[in-house]
Design a protein around this ligand. Sequence first.
Ligand code: C2O
Ligand code: CU
Length: 521
Amino acid sequence: MPEINRRSFIGAGAAVSGLGLLAACGRTGSAGSPGGALVTPGDAIVDAVEKERAGTGKERAFTLRAAESELDLGGRTVRTWSFGDALPGEELRVSAGDTLKATLENRLPDPTSIHWHGLALRNDMDGVPPITQKAVKPGGDFTYRFIVDTPGTHWFHPHVGTQIDRGLYAPIIVDDPDEPLAYDEEWVVMLDDWLDGIDGTTPDAVLEEVREGMDHGGGGGHGGHGGGEGGMEGMDGGGPMRMGNTLMGASSDLLGGDAGDIYYPLHLVNGRPADDPRTFKADPGARLRLRLINAGGDTAYRVVLGGHRMTITHTDGYPVEHREVDGVVLGMGERYDVLVTLKDGVFPLVVLAEGKDATALGLVRTGSGEAPGKDVRPDELDGKIVHATELKAAPEVRLEKRGPEAEHTIELTGGMGAYDWALNGRRFDHEDPTKGAFTCEQGQRVRVVFKNSTMMWHPMHLHGHTFQIADGGPRKDTVIVLPGQSVKVDFEADNPGQWLVHCHNIYHGEVGMMGLLAYTA
Ligand code: C2O
Ligand code: CU
């Protein structure tokens, strides 16, 4: 029997006693019930703000068909849900200022929606049922129409249940009509952890499995999810231990400990596993812009290009002061743009699933030579990797210093043991979403302090805004908050409505690590 990493046992105990502490302290004032009326997504002010957005008036129309499909994942055929029978779905590309018109055709057996991750758009187009719209029924259509006013690397996915952990995702790239970067080639790379349709498993079954909590035996004991992967199964000696689709002891130094809760049989680069990678071809000497997007459900990825250093130019679509590194680490929902000057040969883009003892792979070919195998581990993996908190916003996107006029401390709470992930000790109530909302007023500078009191890292995401990490840090919409760490972020309250703030670990979010930022009227 494999050894279990001690950290996960200690973690479970600490999480339980942490709850007691929380209860004793009570709730922070800022998280109480909102006093005044809230701006609703259908309010006239939402329309008024849209009219002020810098738009060119040019409309770009797309159709997005969400349906059950059979996908080939490198020799394995899985039945899953996707956009346009492709994985990732076909990239949408618009220019800043364009009006995006996207008709979602729901041909799934369940209601769905599309959330435009990273776009600061009008609230009623944010795709969050039941808050900003009704879920689109099976057989129904819904047209999203809004001005896209900022350039960058973004993506879209449903905001219903665990659907994001199926194949329902695709990039949306917003070009800058005055692009300041010079480069020759561009490769959009979506990273994903995959379990849907493998041995009959679905994300819903996995959610039920983890929801039971590790304290109650968790894992395979509850069966019922087609796979019958019961019992315990070690991976490498000393590595993470698996029970059903639950992982224990997945540990990452970069993430400050516990890396993830879920076992995924596959990790994918643009829909392909490491044994059947995609190849990007270019000329030697070309400057390549990599647009990296983590579409995973429960996996952070460390990304390097063997034999190369990379220059970080953007994170979450916004420019940063350029920084040369060996690799980057992306939490779920995060994006990085990096520039690489390609050497002559064939090089592995290695995507390490943090703490999970698994990789995905892509290849960059500029010349002849044999492609590296699936187990290639370039030295860059142990090189210089920086966290977003160490980066600086580019001068043109830095927020000027002022305020804040409103401040909220959002404590990340809960644990693996009871699987009771929450914000400020309160689980999100989908039936009554505005209860306990964090409020602000239009025009305020708002500070949010994400205070992580759990034993695990969380990628915290805010809809409708791009905050700035305090003291000149990068502009982002999703930020990794390490265990025990507090991350301060500031944003302009310039987009009235009701916006989710949540952990982008889909299983954490679904069980309650989610809240609402609401503008008061
Ligand atoms: Cu990728 Cu609530 O979002
Ligand atoms: Cu989380």
